[in-house]
Design a protein around this ligand. Sequence first.
Ligand SMILES: [Zn+2]
Length: 385
Amino acid sequence: MSKQAYKFRLYPTRKQAQALTWTLDRCRELYNAALQERRDAYRMAGKSITYYDQANQLPEIKDIREEYNDIHSQVLQDVLRRVKKAFDNFFRRCKNGEEPGYPRFQGKNRYDSFCYPQGGYSLTYDHRVCLSKVGCIKVKLHRQLKGTIKTCTIKREGDAWYVVFACEVEHEPLQENAEAVGIDLGLLHFATLSDGSTIENPRYYRKAEQRLERLQQALSRKKRGSHRRKKAVKQVAKSHRKVSNQRRDFLHKQSRNLVNSYGTIVFEELQPANMSKRPKPKQDEKGTYLPNGAAAKGGLNKSIVDAGWSQFVQFCAYKAANAGRTVVQVNPKYTSQICSGCGTVKKKELSERWHSCDCGTQLDRDHNAAINILRLGRSLQETRS
Ligand SMILES: [Zn+2]
């Protein structure tokens, strides 16, 4: 069995949207109150309050605040479980000697979902999600749902509402396949395969990026706190959402293709450190900050690309696991420098797009890297088996 999440857009009526917002607000209120109780107990008495302590208070809360009767009780329990999780993470990091932030109160824009962990929801044949105490909301089921639904989460993203079903799916192994492929993920091509073929970034990426850039510039010209600024923020968020939905769709299709075609897929380990690290701030003798290229390096394109890569590997990995196929990740060191023909290390600048070696090997830089990645993956598999 493996887990899989399905996310669908909801189309609530105005009244239903109000009910969803109202529920979300009550959940956030409960979350913050439960957090406050734990903080107080911990600070004043050094006492820790458990999930059960808090869950046992729910009936009492419902007596005092009758409106909480209008929310499914498991949804409320789930809120308290989130508080518990936040504290568990906090204590775990403390124990590991890290410097964790204390669990935070959730603002209106941060707290964006509530969850039916067991029951209280159903999916009807006429494409509606029926939520206990909310109603039956129209849903767009753009993909076929497989497996058994375990939990149902309602999520707000900007003005849009989504439902996420977490499902348990039985493995559907594909036929055995001895073919292996190495994949170099890059900026120029989305992916270069060890057979020399490439997967290109879809053209709408660039278009969407340009649109986002324009919107962001427009936003930066608006006065803080103004109505126009609020409107611009919404537009930027909407545009972001569109890009990320398109990206997810693209990644699903491409990962499905790869898993269907190859028995083994080899990637480089992605290094979050290089991926999204911003350059250190630079200061002159007087302590004034100097330009450090952060804006260029940390730009929007980059964040889109970064997120795309790790999501892609993740999609391939779970689809492969489901199909009885393998995803291997190898150390990325020197994969673009080593000659795939003779094995000598040949330093290249990032701008050098062609690999040309004295041994006669001539090929595209990324293609060379993909072949090296495949070779590393194979040797890693041999040592494991
Ligand atoms: Zn060579």
